[in-house]
Design a binder for this molecule. Structure first.
Ligand SMILES: C[S@@+](CC[C@H](N)C(=O)[O-])C[C@H]1O[C@@H](n2cnc3c(N)ncnc32)[C@H](O)[C@@H]1O
Ligand code: SF4
Length: 396
């Protein structure tokens, strides 16, 4: 039975679906941009889309905003200002709100970053991927290593003290030494946050159809172990599979996803998850993916590409899928407040994972073992409902 009292914290995700060109490994909803981006029309569409979401979140305060993509840094400072002013006019924002914007070094300049800051952006996330020109070329990136360095410095000079750098490892022909050199360079730029992803070959990408030669599993494991030691020695604590932060710099927006919090999703292909506390219903909803169709339909019913209410089995699975990515595990009362289900529904799954040596339970605190952390997919599979209705999360 669902037992909702009050819904979980609420975030806002805003998707910008254009990039300078499509990277061959990327399965995000991003499309090569024409020269004249319809940015005014897109901001209007985003705000109409937000208007249509308001009845579902009446009276609730937004804790974090994430403007992701695609490449949001293709938008001008004016466009971001109009967007955030429109958001503020429609929804109450938490006073010390975190507002992140994703930037690509190929479209980064100090003046533009300063305008984003003036508009209210508090955190920049820069997609560096690597500081080695050979790796950047192999990844089909539009920027070189100098531009990546310049972007990180420009963010600091524009006054941002919350900066994330995205790096990937396990790149074509990459050695352990090269992967560590990328991390060293990133650390020398003193970002408070580093996202360090292993390159994956996603279906429907060029790399999936024509796979490059990647380091083998042993080499990737060696890179991961050495990189984690380096990050830890430099004061970066791993708090999620791919996320490392120094001091109080954990990403509050992503933490809300991983804790199975609520979020409104606006923009082409954006996904949302909203809990109706009164009726104990969790609804996922996603918008039409193609920018042209989105522009024509935002705010109307035809903009909604799909919607589904989570049954109990799916809610348990999705809670585990997200929460088990976090280093510090979870408490059973967090399960009850985020899923609206009683702990008795979860415990048989936990017990099976404990018996398999993948989880430990101390009182109400559930955490993975070392084996569970290494074989996270096996651990998450322990929470799979018997008749799965899981259709993929498809976050931004
Ligand atoms: C949605 S992308 C947006 C960032 C920005 N567009 C850019 O690429 O500079 C966020 C991050 O996901 C990571 N990413 C994208 N595709 C990936 C893949 N196939 N494997 C691992 N990480 C990936 C990259 O590090 C990227 O910076
Ligand atoms: S990785 Fe980033 S820049 Fe490249 S296509 Fe995907 S969203 Fe765009």
């Amino acid at each position: 039975m669902f037992i909702f009292k009050s819904p979980p914290p609420l975030s806002l995700y805003i998707h910008v679906p254009w990039c300078i060109r499509k990277c061959p490994y990327c399965d995000f909803n991003s499309h090569a941009a024409a020269d004249d981006l319809p940015e005014d029309a897109y901001i209007d569409a985003l705000l109409s889309d937000l208007d249509s979401e308001l009845p579902a979140v009446w009276g609730r305060t937004i804790q974090t905003v994430f403007i992701g993509g695609g490449t949001p840094s293709l938008l001008s400072g004016n466009a971001i200002d109009r967007l955030l002013s429109g958001v503020r006019a429609r929804l109450p924002l938490k006073p010390d709100i975190e507002i992140t914007l994703e930037a690509n070094p190929g479209s980064a300049e100090q003046e533009r970053f300063a305008a984003y800051r003036d508009a209210g952006v508090t955190r920049l996330s820069i997609g560096v991927q690597s500081f080695a020109d050979s790796s950047l070329q192999a990844l089909g990136r539009v920027h070189d290593s100098n531009e990546a360095l310049r972007a990180a410095r420009a963010a600091r000079q524009a006054g941002f003290d919350k900066i994330n750098l995205d790096l990937m490892f396990g790149l074509p022909a990459q050695t352990v030494e090269q992967a560590l050199a990328d991390l060293q360079t990133a650390i020398s730029l003193t970002p408070g946050h580093l996202s360090w992803y292993q390159l994956t070959l996603e279906p429907n990408t060029l790399f999936h159809a024509q796979p490059p030669i990647l380091p083998d599993d042993d080499a990737k494991w060696e890179i991961q172990q050495a990189g984690q030691s380096l990050l830890s020695a430099e004061g970066y604590t791993q708090y999620e599979v791919s996320a490392y932060a120094s001091g109080g710099n954990r990403c509050r927006h992503n933490l809300n996803y991983w804790r199975f919090g609520d979020y409104i999703g606006i923009g082409a292909g954006a996904h949302g998850k909203i809990t109706d506390g009164g009726h104990g219903v969790v609804t996922r909803r996603w918008k039409t993916r193609h920018p042209r169709h989105y522009l024509a339909s935002a705010g109307c019913d035809s903009c909604i590409d799909g919607e589904r209410q989570l049954d109990a089995g799916t809610a348990i699975f999705e809670f585990a899928l997200n929460h088990l990515r976090l280093n510090d595990g979870f408490h059973l009362d967090a399960f009850e407040s985020a899923s609206g289900l009683s702990r008795e529904r979860l415990l048989p799954f936990v017990q099976a994972a404990v018996t398999a040596g993948l989880l430990t339970q101390q009182g109400d605190h559930i955490r993975h073992t070392e084996t569970g952390w290494r074989f996270l997919d096996d651990l998450v599979a322990c929470f799979m409902p018997e008749e799965s209705e899981h259709a993929g999360d498809g976050k931004h």
